[in-house]
Design a protein around this ligand. Structure first.
Ligand SMILES: NC(=O)c1ccc[n+]([C@@H]2O[C@H](COP(=O)([O-])OP(=O)(O)OC[C@H]3O[C@@H](n4cnc5c(N)ncnc54)[C@H](OP(=O)(O)O)[C@@H]3O)[C@@H](O)[C@H]2O)c1
Length: 190
Protein backbone atom coordinates (compact mmCIF):
# COMPACT_ATOMS: atom_id res chain seq x y z
CA UNK A 1 0.00 0.00 0.00
CA UNK A 2 1.06 3.57 -0.57
CA UNK A 3 0.91 5.26 2.83
CA UNK A 4 1.20 8.93 3.76
CA UNK A 5 2.43 9.12 7.34
CA UNK A 6 1.61 12.64 8.53
CA UNK A 7 4.05 13.26 11.36
CA UNK A 8 7.55 11.88 11.74
CA UNK A 9 7.67 11.62 15.53
CA UNK A 10 7.29 8.66 17.88
CA UNK A 11 4.13 7.34 16.25
CA UNK A 12 4.55 8.44 12.61
CA UNK A 13 8.22 7.48 12.58
CA UNK A 14 7.75 4.12 14.29
CA UNK A 15 4.77 3.04 12.20
CA UNK A 16 6.36 4.35 9.01
CA UNK A 17 9.46 2.32 9.75
CA UNK A 18 7.52 -0.86 10.51
CA UNK A 19 5.29 -0.52 7.44
CA UNK A 20 8.24 0.19 5.15
CA UNK A 21 9.98 -2.90 6.57
CA UNK A 22 6.82 -4.91 5.75
CA UNK A 23 7.06 -3.79 2.11
CA UNK A 24 4.66 -0.86 2.04
CA UNK A 25 5.46 2.33 0.18
CA UNK A 26 5.73 5.02 2.87
CA UNK A 27 6.07 8.77 2.32
CA UNK A 28 6.17 11.06 5.35
CA UNK A 29 4.24 14.31 5.25
CA UNK A 30 5.79 17.10 7.31
CA UNK A 31 5.89 20.83 7.78
CA UNK A 32 9.62 20.89 7.04
CA UNK A 33 9.96 18.71 4.01
CA UNK A 34 13.08 17.30 2.38
CA UNK A 35 15.48 14.46 2.97
CA UNK A 36 14.51 11.14 4.43
CA UNK A 37 12.84 9.98 7.63
CA UNK A 38 12.82 6.73 9.61
CA UNK A 39 13.61 3.67 7.44
CA UNK A 40 14.91 6.04 4.78
CA UNK A 41 11.44 6.87 3.46
CA UNK A 42 11.17 10.32 1.86
CA UNK A 43 9.89 13.35 3.78
CA UNK A 44 7.63 15.47 1.57
CA UNK A 45 5.10 18.23 2.06
CA UNK A 46 1.81 16.94 3.43
CA UNK A 47 0.13 17.65 0.08
CA UNK A 48 2.78 15.68 -1.84
CA UNK A 49 2.69 12.78 0.62
CA UNK A 50 -1.09 12.53 0.25
CA UNK A 51 -0.92 12.63 -3.54
CA UNK A 52 -1.46 9.06 -4.72
CA UNK A 53 -1.64 7.55 -1.22
CA UNK A 54 -4.31 4.98 -0.37
CA UNK A 55 -3.85 5.39 3.38
CA UNK A 56 -3.19 8.51 5.45
CA UNK A 57 -1.95 8.12 9.02
CA UNK A 58 -2.62 11.12 11.24
CA UNK A 59 0.24 11.07 13.77
CA UNK A 60 0.32 14.70 14.82
CA UNK A 61 -0.66 16.21 18.20
CA UNK A 62 -4.43 16.07 18.76
CA UNK A 63 -4.96 19.83 18.39
CA UNK A 64 -3.09 19.81 15.05
CA UNK A 65 -5.53 17.39 13.38
CA UNK A 66 -8.05 20.16 12.72
CA UNK A 67 -5.35 22.21 10.99
CA UNK A 68 -4.21 19.28 8.81
CA UNK A 69 -7.78 18.31 7.90
CA UNK A 70 -8.77 21.94 7.37
CA UNK A 71 -6.02 22.38 4.80
CA UNK A 72 -5.98 18.92 3.22
CA UNK A 73 -9.56 17.69 3.67
CA UNK A 74 -10.33 17.34 -0.07
CA UNK A 75 -7.13 15.33 -0.58
CA UNK A 76 -8.30 12.79 2.02
CA UNK A 77 -11.40 11.85 0.00
CA UNK A 78 -11.44 8.16 -0.90
CA UNK A 79 -8.49 7.37 1.37
CA UNK A 80 -8.36 5.28 4.50
CA UNK A 81 -7.60 7.83 7.23
CA UNK A 82 -6.13 6.27 10.37
CA UNK A 83 -6.60 8.60 13.32
CA UNK A 84 -3.83 7.79 15.82
CA UNK A 85 -3.91 11.23 17.45
CA UNK A 86 -5.17 11.79 20.97
CA UNK A 87 -6.78 15.03 22.05
CA UNK A 88 -5.57 14.68 25.61
CA UNK A 89 -7.77 16.28 28.23
CA UNK A 90 -10.72 16.74 25.85
CA UNK A 91 -14.10 15.04 26.29
CA UNK A 92 -13.46 13.13 23.05
CA UNK A 93 -9.88 11.95 22.46
CA UNK A 94 -10.46 11.04 18.80
CA UNK A 95 -10.96 13.42 15.87
CA UNK A 96 -13.75 11.51 14.12
CA UNK A 97 -16.11 14.50 14.11
CA UNK A 98 -13.42 16.85 12.79
CA UNK A 99 -12.44 14.43 10.04
CA UNK A 100 -16.05 13.63 9.09
CA UNK A 101 -16.76 17.36 8.76
CA UNK A 102 -13.56 18.37 6.96
CA UNK A 103 -13.03 15.26 4.86
CA UNK A 104 -16.48 13.70 4.33
CA UNK A 105 -15.13 11.36 1.63
CA UNK A 106 -12.52 9.79 3.91
CA UNK A 107 -12.83 6.24 5.24
CA UNK A 108 -12.18 6.60 8.95
CA UNK A 109 -10.29 4.25 11.26
CA UNK A 110 -9.37 4.71 14.91
CA UNK A 111 -6.24 2.71 15.65
CA UNK A 112 -2.71 2.87 17.06
CA UNK A 113 -3.79 5.35 19.76
CA UNK A 114 -4.24 3.15 22.85
CA UNK A 115 -0.72 1.76 23.32
CA UNK A 116 2.63 3.50 23.66
CA UNK A 117 4.79 3.63 20.55
CA UNK A 118 7.21 1.13 22.11
CA UNK A 119 4.63 -1.58 21.51
CA UNK A 120 4.58 -0.81 17.79
CA UNK A 121 8.38 -0.80 17.58
CA UNK A 122 8.70 -4.09 19.43
CA UNK A 123 5.30 -5.73 20.04
CA UNK A 124 4.90 -8.06 23.01
CA UNK A 125 4.15 -11.61 21.81
CA UNK A 126 0.45 -12.38 21.44
CA UNK A 127 -0.74 -8.81 21.99
CA UNK A 128 -3.88 -7.40 20.37
CA UNK A 129 -4.68 -3.95 19.10
CA UNK A 130 -8.31 -2.89 19.37
CA UNK A 131 -9.57 -0.66 16.57
CA UNK A 132 -12.73 0.83 15.06
CA UNK A 133 -13.19 1.43 11.34
CA UNK A 134 -15.67 2.21 8.61
CA UNK A 135 -16.26 -0.90 6.48
CA UNK A 136 -14.11 0.50 3.63
CA UNK A 137 -11.25 1.12 6.06
CA UNK A 138 -11.30 -2.18 7.91
CA UNK A 139 -9.22 -4.45 5.62
CA UNK A 140 -6.33 -1.97 5.22
CA UNK A 141 -6.32 -1.17 8.93
CA UNK A 142 -6.21 -4.86 9.86
CA UNK A 143 -3.36 -5.43 7.43
CA UNK A 144 -1.38 -2.51 8.84
CA UNK A 145 -1.92 -3.65 12.43
CA UNK A 146 -0.64 -7.12 11.49
CA UNK A 147 2.29 -5.50 9.67
CA UNK A 148 3.62 -4.17 13.00
CA UNK A 149 3.23 -7.58 14.64
CA UNK A 150 0.00 -7.09 16.58
CA UNK A 151 -3.26 -9.01 16.14
CA UNK A 152 -6.22 -6.73 15.27
CA UNK A 153 -9.47 -6.86 17.24
CA UNK A 154 -12.40 -5.12 15.55
CA UNK A 155 -14.52 -3.17 18.03
CA UNK A 156 -17.05 -1.67 15.61
CA UNK A 157 -17.49 0.98 12.94
CA UNK A 158 -16.32 4.57 13.26
CA UNK A 159 -18.95 5.26 15.92
CA UNK A 160 -17.02 2.85 18.18
CA UNK A 161 -13.96 5.14 18.20
CA UNK A 162 -14.97 6.35 21.65
CA UNK A 163 -15.12 2.75 22.91
CA UNK A 164 -11.60 2.13 21.63
CA UNK A 165 -10.50 5.32 23.38
CA UNK A 166 -11.72 3.86 26.68
CA UNK A 167 -8.54 1.78 26.70
CA UNK A 168 -6.42 4.90 26.88
CA UNK A 169 -6.89 5.74 30.59
CA UNK A 170 -6.68 2.01 31.37
CA UNK A 171 -3.32 1.75 29.60
CA UNK A 172 -1.94 4.80 31.40
CA UNK A 173 -3.17 3.48 34.77
CA UNK A 174 -1.57 0.08 34.21
CA UNK A 175 1.70 1.68 33.11
CA UNK A 176 1.69 3.71 36.30
CA UNK A 177 0.97 0.60 38.37
CA UNK A 178 3.85 -1.15 36.59
CA UNK A 179 6.38 1.43 37.70
CA UNK A 180 6.29 3.26 34.37
CA UNK A 181 6.83 0.23 32.14
CA UNK A 182 5.34 1.40 28.84
CA UNK A 183 5.94 -1.90 27.11
CA UNK A 184 2.54 -3.10 28.16
CA UNK A 185 -0.27 -4.25 25.89
CA UNK A 186 -3.63 -6.05 25.97
CA UNK A 187 -4.79 -9.49 24.91
CA UNK A 188 -8.38 -10.60 24.36
CA UNK A 189 -9.15 -14.16 25.41
CA UNK A 190 -12.36 -15.51 23.88
N1 LIG B 1 3.83 8.72 21.88
C1 LIG B 1 3.01 7.67 22.00
O1 LIG B 1 3.37 6.62 22.55
C2 LIG B 1 1.61 7.76 21.41
C3 LIG B 1 0.81 6.61 21.41
C4 LIG B 1 -0.44 6.62 20.82
C5 LIG B 1 -0.90 7.80 20.22
N2 LIG B 1 -0.11 8.92 20.26
C6 LIG B 1 -0.63 10.14 19.61
O2 LIG B 1 0.03 10.26 18.36
C7 LIG B 1 0.21 11.64 18.03
C8 LIG B 1 1.69 11.89 17.79
O3 LIG B 1 2.41 11.60 18.98
P1 LIG B 1 4.00 11.47 18.95
O4 LIG B 1 4.41 10.91 20.25
O5 LIG B 1 4.43 10.79 17.68
O6 LIG B 1 4.41 13.02 18.89
P2 LIG B 1 5.79 13.64 18.43
O7 LIG B 1 6.88 12.66 18.57
O8 LIG B 1 5.88 14.95 19.13
O9 LIG B 1 5.55 13.93 16.85
C9 LIG B 1 4.57 14.82 16.42
C10 LIG B 1 4.72 15.03 14.93
O10 LIG B 1 3.66 15.88 14.50
C11 LIG B 1 4.21 16.96 13.73
N3 LIG B 1 3.36 18.13 13.86
C12 LIG B 1 3.11 18.84 14.98
N4 LIG B 1 2.25 19.84 14.72
C13 LIG B 1 1.95 19.76 13.40
C14 LIG B 1 1.13 20.52 12.53
N5 LIG B 1 0.42 21.56 12.98
N6 LIG B 1 1.08 20.16 11.22
C15 LIG B 1 1.80 19.12 10.76
N7 LIG B 1 2.60 18.34 11.54
C16 LIG B 1 2.67 18.67 12.85
C17 LIG B 1 5.59 17.16 14.29
O11 LIG B 1 6.36 17.80 13.33
P3 LIG B 1 7.33 19.05 13.64
O12 LIG B 1 8.70 18.42 13.74
O13 LIG B 1 7.16 19.92 12.44
O14 LIG B 1 6.89 19.67 14.92
C18 LIG B 1 6.03 15.71 14.53
O15 LIG B 1 6.51 15.12 13.35
C19 LIG B 1 -0.36 12.43 19.21
O16 LIG B 1 -1.66 12.85 18.89
C20 LIG B 1 -0.37 11.43 20.36
O17 LIG B 1 -1.40 11.70 21.29
C21 LIG B 1 1.13 8.92 20.82
Amino acid sequence: MRIAAIGTGNIGGTLGQRWAAAGHDVVYGARSQGGSGPAGAPVASIASALDGAEVALLAVPGPAVAEVVGTHGPALAGKVVIDAANRMGEAEANSHATIAAGAPGAHYARAFNTLGWENFADPPAGANLMFAADPEARPATEELIRAVGLEPVFVGDAKAARTVDGLLPLWFALVQQSGGNRRLAFRVVR
